[in-house]
Ligand binder design. Structure first.
Ligand code: FES
Length: 571
């Protein structure tokens, strides 16, 4: 830290050749000299990309942030980082979350920044940016891009969760291909990320409930002018945060993580929340484990009636009062005294929130559902844990024993699921292996695999499905995910065979493979890994170092924080 207290002065405050070099090239952008003389330099970390359509409006959003920074006396510098578009990136955006976080971390540390505004939207763009920034730990504020307006198709509201319904409807003949093409144009009709409580909205709520944003960040639609106002205020606020030296490590205490878990239970957030929160906690050195998710969400009912657990959309959520109402309704169930990005406590921020529609955000006295958003399972089929989202599952399958129908990998599933001779019925348990962090690699969102066509045609809407993969935050069904250890690591999941009995008991939080230990030992001795392995590049590094799902699937060498110091100076 320089005498002025500003990290950026280590570059721009220099005299002689070094200072000349640091400033002269910047001046080719038309920047006057006084900008370099002691103003807080604020990075705007932008995930804009035409290949990440959910973040397609971020150049405009960055302009609003800049206005705020300039108004508060700061010097804005916008920079790009790897942007992860959920819909296009193959094999799965999750494979690159850790890579993007490394880009963010190194870009912030290597450059003259005193504070940073993270522009986050599509699913992985939030955790990757927050993880990277936490490993540097300079003052940081998050601005989310906001959800899309609700889709409208044939007079009905639609959103991302309808994709699964449309898919099943086309497969069983209830919808034509032409209708599907029309629906395609009706769903994503404005800027913004998915309009349901999918992973992107869950992440926007996560950063607000952690205290990393200004209040109301989570739900203002991208197309609503108030999103730009929030961006401008966030720009203003980050300059003050630099002056106060309010860093992520000051905000992200264990209590902040507990608040985020409680809020996530109340909004029915995505199962991906577990992975990303664990990974963020790892970066700030907060001990957080799967049991914390159970402990903190137990007894918190579902308040938000939002798809995929309920019927409304993020736009409705915002008009009903948004996340501030949830935070207020949770009241004493949250840690109210902890500090947030605007320097105020949770209580100060949310005590005056007003609820405008109790059908969308219910009160504690009359919750939307009593099941909490997530349950953590243990048992011999998932020694290190697994998760299920009871609020999006079928009550009749919450306690279920069935015969396994095993797919060795996703290709095997696609090849055989619609085979009329497949020995399966609605009581069977579909088991998918080798879609975990190492096995796929990258843990794709395939856990909510569609049931066989022949069962859909019979009217079967849900079946128990188990895998070491993930599920889209917009998905639903009785789906056990994140089984750890994964099959590719030789977890018990790898040993399941067709016909084995599997017992799920969500109330008692157990998942058991009902096979004698002696038989399992024999299978274990004969087991050989069958997943693909990369022999070069990032994917090889990833497969060698990614941790298991119950630890957040970060790389083992990325845990913790290296700080903001640059130890070597080549000029
Ligand atoms: Fe980007 Fe859903 S695809 S948020």
């Amino acid at each position: 830290m320089e005498k002025s207290g500003l990290r950026s002065q280590g570059w721009f405050g220099r005299t002689g050749k070094d200072g000349f070099i640091y400033r002269a090239w910047m001046k080719n952008q038309g920047i006057p000299d006084e900008e370099f003389r002691g103003k807080p330099v604020i990075g705007i970390c932008n995930t804009w990309s035409e290949l990440t359509p959910c973040n397609g409006h971020f150049r405009e959003l960055a302009e609003s942030v800049k206005k705020g920074i300039i108004a508060a006396g700061g010097f804005p510098v916008e920079f790009p980082v790897m942007s992860l578009g959920e819909t296009l990136i193959k094999p799965t955006a999750m494979l690159y979350r850790n890579l993007a976080s490394m880009d963010v971390e190194e870009s912030i540390r290597a450059n003259p920044m005193d504070g940073v505004v993270l522009l986050c939207g599509c699913d992985k763009t939030t955790p990757s940016l927050v993880m990277g920034a936490c490993s540097v730990n300079i003052p940081t504020i998050v601005v989310s891009g906001g959800p899309m307006l609700t889709g409208r198709y044939e007079g009905k509201s639609i959103g991302t969760s309808d994709i699964w319904r449309f898919n099943d409807a086309v497969r069983n003949g209830d919808m034509t291909q032409e209708q599907l093409t029309v629906a395609e144009a009706c769903m994503c009709r404005s800027a913004g990320h998915c309009a349901v409580m999918g992973t992107a909205s869950t992440m926007a709520c996560m950063v607000e409930s952690l205290g990393l944003t200004l209040p109301t960040n989570a739900a203002i639609p991208a197309a609503d002018s108030r999103r730009k106002v929030l961006a401008q205020y966030s720009g203003q606020r980050i300059v003050e945060m630099v002056k106060e030296d309010l860093k992520p490590s000051d905000i992200l205490t264990k209590k902040a993580f507990e608040n985020a878990i409680r809020v996530n239970a109340a909004i029915g957030g995505s199962t991906n929340f577990v992975l990303h929160l664990l990974a963020i906690a790892g970066r700030v050195g907060i001990p957080l484990e799967l049991e914390d998710f159970h402990r903190n969400s137990a007894g918190i009912p579902l308040l938000a009636n939002l798809q995929p657990s309920g019927k409304y959309f993020m736009e409705d959520f915002y008009y009903a009062g948004g996340l501030p109402v949830v935070m207020k309704v949770l009241g004493d169930r949250l840690h109210n005294e902890i500090i947030t990005a605007n320097g105020k406590t949770v209580k100060e921020n949310y005590r005056s929130a007003e609820s405008y529609n109790e059908d969308v955000i219910a009160d504690l006295s009359k919750p939307f559902k009593t099941e909490t958003g997530l349950a953590v399972l243990k048992g011999n089929l998932c020694e290190d844990g697994a998760v299920i989202k009871p609020s999006a599952a079928s009550p009749h399958l919450m306690r279920h024993t069935g015969r396994a129908v095993v797919f060795e990998n996703i290709e095997d599933y696609h090849a055989r699921v619609d085979d009329p001779n497949l020995d399966i019925d609605e009581t069977s348990v579909m088991v998918l292996k080798n879609v975990g962090p190492i096995g796929y690699p990258g843990m794709p969102e395939v856990g909510n695999m569609s049931p066989p066509k022949k069962l859909l045609e019979k009217g079967v809407k849900d079946m128990l499905r188990i895998s070491d993969g993930r599920m889209s935050g917009t998905g639903f069904g009785t789906v056990v995910l994140h089984v750890s250890p994964e099959a590719a690591k030789g977890g018990t999941l790898a040993l399941v065979k067709d016909g084995d009995l599997i017992a799920l008991d969500v109330e008692n939080r157990t998942l058991q493979l009902l096979v004698e230990e002696e038989e399992l030992s024999k299978r274990r001795a004969a087991w050989k890994a069958t997943h693909p392995t990369a022999n070069r590049g990032y994917v090889q590094l990833y497969q060698q170092h990614v941790e298991q799902a119950h630890l957040g699937a970060d790389m083992d060498f990325l845990r913790g924080c290296s700080g903001s110091s640059v130890t070597r100076d080549s000029h």
